[in-house]
Design a protein around this ligand. Sequence first.
Ligand code: CA
Length: 224
Amino acid sequence: MRILVVEDESRVASFISKGLEGAGYVTEVAGDGSTALDSFRERGADLVLLDVGLPDIDGFSVLKEVRKIDQDTPVIMLTARGDVASRVQGLDLGADDYLPKPFDFDELVARIRAQLRHSGQSQAAVLQAGDLILDLKTRRAERGGRATDLTSREFALLEFLMRHEGQVLSRSQILGSVWGYSFDPQSNVVDVYVGYLRGKLDRAGENTIIETVRGGGYRLRVPA
Ligand code: CA
């Protein structure tokens, strides 16, 4: 699950991001509204954590734009404590929840879990592409009835590929979504992990299910 953290105070952003990574989420931090919208347009998110006070466009305007792009992604607004007007405005504009600052980190994680439970993506128990099945609860992959254990990064990578089945995904899209914003874009970690997944999922004598697209990136081929 990937969370877009929109927060301009870098100390707060890094506190949230580190904590959420520790809780098993992949995060991307955007320090202003336009960066957040670029990221959301390009890569989407499973949930958006959105500060109201941002240096360029305010959180409400970001929320409006997010809702034009996608109506279902849960958005939790971070507001100043006691600021009832902001809270009401946020909920009117389609925020799913709000959390007054300063907040307790455990409460933030609990609110995030609750939102992800309600959203459609977390309800699907398995993803399927041809004879390839990914169980989102046990985090195991199965191909043609043969089950394979995955590490957490392998799981996140395969989930991302399966949710974009048939689409060409660039290395930087994959890196941003699976490893998060802070990773070195020159890293070959994507290629390494694609190799691990191929080793676990491909069958001898058949084409690989994760195609390399020349000059583009990777694409999950729908297995027969
Ligand atoms: Ca702020």
